[in-house]
Design a protein around this ligand. Structure first.
Ligand code: PEP
Ligand code: MN
Length: 360
């Protein structure tokens, strides 16, 4: 894959700001003017809006692209917008809108991604690929590959969180391990954080942006509207340019990469060495625990006892949570840790008890 930098090297943090949806010429023009001091690299505006339920504002469509073409010329700015099929791409390119993003609901569908990628073949275009709705790293990677396979070289990934069932503080869960793993698998790709769609409200925008910067994300996308409460889509999560500047941007701390020659390096290395020793210890202890599980499997088999015993599992969970609490560790973390250990232990027991079984 031949990827070029999506953002040229910037002193300033690259920003992609603008309304969830283009609503009128005047709305776009006012937002452009209000955003001018922040010098966003691109103005975002959705033209075709995939709404979860029917009956909601579905976007202006082609007419909004004409506004964007005109305003781009008038203010010497660049727009970007979402495309969900080949026709969308053609309409955008015709109006010289060449920075496009593939939305979360489209990334999940390889047919559409392929169609969009093919429509871009041989074109001067830049593409941002949002993560799919569901936490599936391979779908995300696959969409990036499909676009790259058609010769697009400037591709960035946008992290917008993942959908889930139930209540949580954010609209979409970030599962930070997924963008981290994407970066590990595709170190050349630049990462943009879409703080608005993760947060779903204005209160968490800053903290999400700061975490992303601390994870070396390369740019921020946020929904900015001149009158958020009146926005036709995603009103709850949109902010004014002034709010974004005052409450989000001006508080963000940008830290640098760790350089081997730096003074910090030796100090950090010292702590990392201690951490490495502990990690090795944790892993060798876990191996020992799995050996015991195998012994347990032999006993259970001999006595005809099933692997899973609810009281025992409750006992393990409660003890672990208690020890975790005593040591100031997060309950959710301890639970998922002990759960992972338990599942692995069941695998070991099952292998011992049922020769050819593979429990997954
Ligand atoms: C959007 O950016 O307005 C949008 C619809 O995003 P997503 O595809 O992340 O839901
Ligand atoms: Mn939106």
């Amino acid at each position: 894959m031949n990827l070029q930098a999506f953002f040229a090297s910037h002193q300033q943090l690259p920003l992609i700001l603008g309304p969830c949806s283009a609503e009128s010429y005047q709305q776009l023009e006012q937002i452009i003017q209000e955003l001018d001091p922040l010098k966003p690299v691109y103005i975002r505006a959705g033209v075709w809006k995939p709404r979860t339920r029917p009956g909601h504002f579905q976007g202006i469509g082609i007419e909004a692209l004409d506004w964007m073409e005109d305003l781009a010329r008038k203010y010497q700015i660049e727009f970007c917008t979402e495309v969900a099929n080949a026709q969308h791409v053609e309409h955008c390119l015709k109006r010289n809108i060449r920075t496009l993003w593939i939305g979360a609901r489209t990334t999940v569908n390889p047919f559409y991604v392929e169609e969009i990628a093919k429509a871009l073949k041989g074109e001067q275009a830049k593409v941002m690929v949002k993560n799919p709705m569901n936490p599936d790293l391979n779908l995300w990677i696959g969409a990036i590959e499909r676009v790259a396979n058609e010769g697009i070289e400037q591709i960035a990934a946008i992290h917008r969180g993942f959908s889930f069932y139930g209540n949580a503080i954010y609209r979409n869960v970030p599962y930070w391990q997924i963008p981290i793993e994407l970066k590990r698998k595709m170190p050349q790709i630049q990462m943009i954080i879409d703080i608005s769609h993760i947060a779903g409200s204005v209160v968490h925008l800053r903290e999400i942006a700061q975490i992303a910067l601390d994870l070396n994300f390369d740019g921020i996308m946020a929904e900015v509207h001149h009158d958020p409460q009146k926005a036709l889509s995603d009103a709850d999560q949109q902010v004014t340019a002034d709010f974004f500047n005052r409450e989000v941007l001006s508080h963000l701390v940008r830290r640098t990469n760790l350089l081997t020659e730096s003074a910090a390096y030796a100090e950090i290395r010292e702590l990392r060495n201690q951490i490495d020793v502990l990690d090795a210890e944790v892993i060798t202890r876990l191996a020992k625990r799995m050996k015991l599980a195998q012994e347990l499997g032999k006993l259970k088999k001999a006595y005809g006892i099933s692997i899973f015993q609810l009281e025992r599992w409750n006992e393990i969970v409660n003890k672990s949570l208690e020890i975790g609490k005593e040591n100031g560790l997060n309950e959710e973390f301890i639970f998922s840790l002990i759960e992972a250990i338990h599942v692995e232990s069941i695998q070991h027991q099952s292998k011992t008890m049922n020769q050819n079984s593979k429990l997954q």
